[in-house]
Design a protein around this ligand. Structure first.
Ligand code: 13P
Length: 256
């Protein structure tokens, strides 16, 4: 019912040359012969042009950005607009990543503006939510995620919600080698879907893909992706290696 999405978040890694090398090394199975699964990589802004030009002809790997501003254009030094991402051909934009929340003071209100802007201009937002370790220890993780969902998706129509992708990334599992167990992931993903049902009803909520992110790699992806409400992965470290990315795509394709 939902096509799995394997999306690489390259963070502040991979310059234009490394990006070209990545696509040169990525095998055809993960690039041209993908069936039953969607794949994307999100390089840093400086490497987007390289990604578009070095992707093999006929490649099905989509390309996304890691952030965007919510205004059309103007005096916003250091920022990038949806018009620019559209001109390049970006399909996705990651919004509200925990690193943006933590290091760049993005809150749900800012993320909400960005989500609306991306949707208005036809770019699919991958909206990230997730609790930090202390919140999980204090058993507040459901409340935290509930608030993030409500805040970042505030005011979206049912049609808008249908177009978004959500990524659940427990912050304690990002780059730490520690992964949420498949049961923990499923529990939270089901909770997020229930929140979506409250916002837009069951039939629309059932169409929204909810990705898991946090130390996903070829060795643990199968079990995570088997969970009924885990509809793909947002992958950091493992997405930088063409062979790991390729394996993740084929593990997802094997879930059909
Ligand atoms: P890692 O896969 O490196 O843990 O990163 C996850 C992440 O933050 C993806 O957005």
């Amino acid at each position: 019912m939902r096509t799995l999405l394997i999306a690489g978040n390259w963070k502040m890694n991979m310059g234009p040359k490394e990006t070209a090398d990545f696509f040169a090394q990525l095998d055809d199975a993960a690039q041209k012969e993908i069936t039953g699964v969607e794949a994307a990589v999100c390089p840093p802004f400086a490497s987007l042009s390289s990604a578009f030009s070095s992707r093999k002809a006929g490649s099905a790997v989509k390309i996304g950005a890691q952030n965007v501003h919510f205004e059309d254009n103007g005096a916003y030094t250091g920022e990038i607009s949806t018009t620019m991402l559209n001109e390049l051909g970006c399909d996705f934009v990651i919004l509200g990543h925990s690193e943006r929340r933590e290091y760049f003071s993005e809150d749900d209100a800012i993320i909400n503006k960005k989500v609306k802007k991306a949707l208005a201009d036809g770019i699919t937002p991958i909206v990230c939510v997730g609790e930090v370790l202390s919140e999980r220890k204090e058993n507040r993780h459901f409340d935290v995620v509930k608030e993030q969902i409500a805040g970042s998706l505030a005011g979206l129509s049912e049609a808008d919600v249908k177009k978004i992708v959500i990524a659940y990334e427990p912050v304690w599992a990002i780059g730490t080698g520690e992964t949420a167990s498949p049961e923990q992931a499923q529990e939270m993903h089901a909770f997020i879907r229930k929140e979506l049902v409250g916002l837009v009803g069951q039939s629309t909520a059932d169409t929204v893909r909810i990705l898991y992110g946090g130390s996903m790699k070829p060795g643990n992806a199968d079990e995570l992706l088997r969970q009924p409400d885990v509809d793909g992965g947002l992958i950091g470290g493992a997405s930088l290696k063409p062979s790991d990315f390729s394996q993740l795509v084929s593990i997802a394709a094997g879930q059909e």
